[in-house]
Design a protein around this ligand. Structure first.
Ligand code: FAD
Ligand code: NAP
Length: 314
């Protein structure tokens, strides 16, 4: 028979928000359970150097997340490798169905499911996903040694990916739909100084093309956003880095959201539209979306969950 596990506080997600919530909820003696999801450690496991985590001039993203997991565990968080497939917030205790078959019930829940990479939405992008089209340079860059690569986007992710890919590629072309980057100035400076990187301003990807047998990319057709002129850009890899959308599948129909699906929280709080349900990190943050702000919100969520449960029992 399927197991049922009850906990006072269930934390869903294992990025900086989830693990920080685990540290604080454990120290409040709430014995939290944290369910990691499909990406243990979250988005930072898909990058290399992190240079803006306070206390570390430079730290590898995956190493930082291993340390956060160990910290939460050492404080008393029970960390479970499972994926929540549905969440019932209609009555308390709340119920979360695990992919493993385990049913989690809880008095309060902290949602820290973060964000996922966005795609262009082209049929040709879909066709070559995993066969030349990727959204993770650290995962797939190695396959393009000595090849020409295209990176799409103009934010921090696109610039970091372009820089990282120069470790493998003979040439990287950054294709951006405007002529101004959103990324931090320090990254822009590195991008402009890198002899392997070329920028193609005012262009969008019109189509990814390649061979069928074997399935593989041979290039992209790019369109000038102002003149409409289409040109051909041969390449073997296309890295899409056009931002992230909140991973709100579990709650998009039950909680109030705004700004394209981010879970709405009360001002200066992680409280959502349902009492006892708290949201932290990129799931709720359309503005900053940083590891340190996510960790800060994880702390707030655990403190607010503690207060919520204490007031209920007083
Ligand atoms: P995430 O890190 O997105 O983690 C979400 C977690 O939720 C994952 O563990 C996932 O498995 C889990 N989850 C999702 N759905 C479910 C489910 N149904 N059941 C159970 N678990 C679930 N920020 C910086 O400050 N500095 C940087 O240098 C930096 N570099 C970056 C580089 C890249 C390539 C990317 C993509 C982002 C970078 N960021 C950086 C942003 C930073 O990674 C995010 O702001 C931060 O990770 C958000 O943390 P989070 O805890 O909200 O969620
Ligand atoms: P982002 O900042 O939202 O940037 C997305 C980029 O993709 C923008 O330049 C945007 O163009 C472009 N874009 C969006 N949709 C597009 C489309 N359909 N076609 C073509 N281009 C499109 O996303 P991000 O770079 O992934 O960063 C997300 C968050 O993570 C940010 O808060 C970022 O600071 C953080 N992050 C931080 C670091 C770091 O601190 N080192 C590293 C990575 C990520 P426009 O500019 O024209 O809108």
């Amino acid at each position: 028979m399927a197991e049922t596990r009850h906990t006072k506080v269930l934390i869903i997600g294992s990025g900086p928000a989830g693990y920080t919530a685990g540290v604080y909820a454990s120290r409040a003696m709430l014995a939290p359970i944290l369910v990691q999801g499909i990406e243990p450690g979250g988005q930072l496991t898909t990058t290399t150097e992190v240079e803006n985590w306070p206390g570390d001039t430079e730290v590898q993203g995956p190493d930082l997340m291993v340390r956060m997991e160990a910290h939460a565990k050492a404080m008393g968080t029970e960390i479970i490798g499972d994926i929540i497939t549905s969440l019932d917030l209609s009555e308390r205790p709340f119920k979360a169905q695990g992919d493993s078959g385990t049913l989690y019930s809880c008095d309060a829940v902290i949602l820290a499911t973060g964000a996922r990479a966005k795609w262009l939405g082209l049929p040709s992008e879909e066709k070559f996903k995993g066969f030349g089209v990727s959204a993770c340079a650290t995962c797939d860059g190695f396959f393009y040694r000595g090849q020409e690569i295209v990176v799409v986007g103009g934010g921090n992710t696109a610039v970091e990916e372009a820089l990282f890919l120069t470790n493998f590629a003979s040439k990287v072309t950054l294709v951006h739909r405007r002529d101004t980057l959103r990324s931090e100035k320090i990254l822009q400076d590195r991008l402009m100084k890198n002899p392997k990187i070329e920028t193609l301003w005012f262009h969008e990807i019109e189509e990814v093309y390649g061979t069928d047998m074997p399935l593989g990319v041979e290039g992209v057709k790019v369109k000038h956003t102002q003149t409409g002129v289409i040109t051909d850009l041969p390449c073997k890899g296309v890295f899409v880095a056009i931002g992230h959308a909140p991973a709100n599948e579990l709650v998009k129909d039950t909680l109030q959201t705004h700004m394209g699906g981010y879970v709405l929280t009360k001002p200066d709080s992680t409280e959502t539209s349902i009492p006892g349900v708290f949201a932290a990190g990129d799931l709720t943050d359309h503005k900053y979306r940083q590891a340190v702000t996510s960790a800060g919100m994880g702390c707030m969520a655990a403190l607010e969950a503690e207060r919520f449960l204490a007031e209920e029992n007083s």
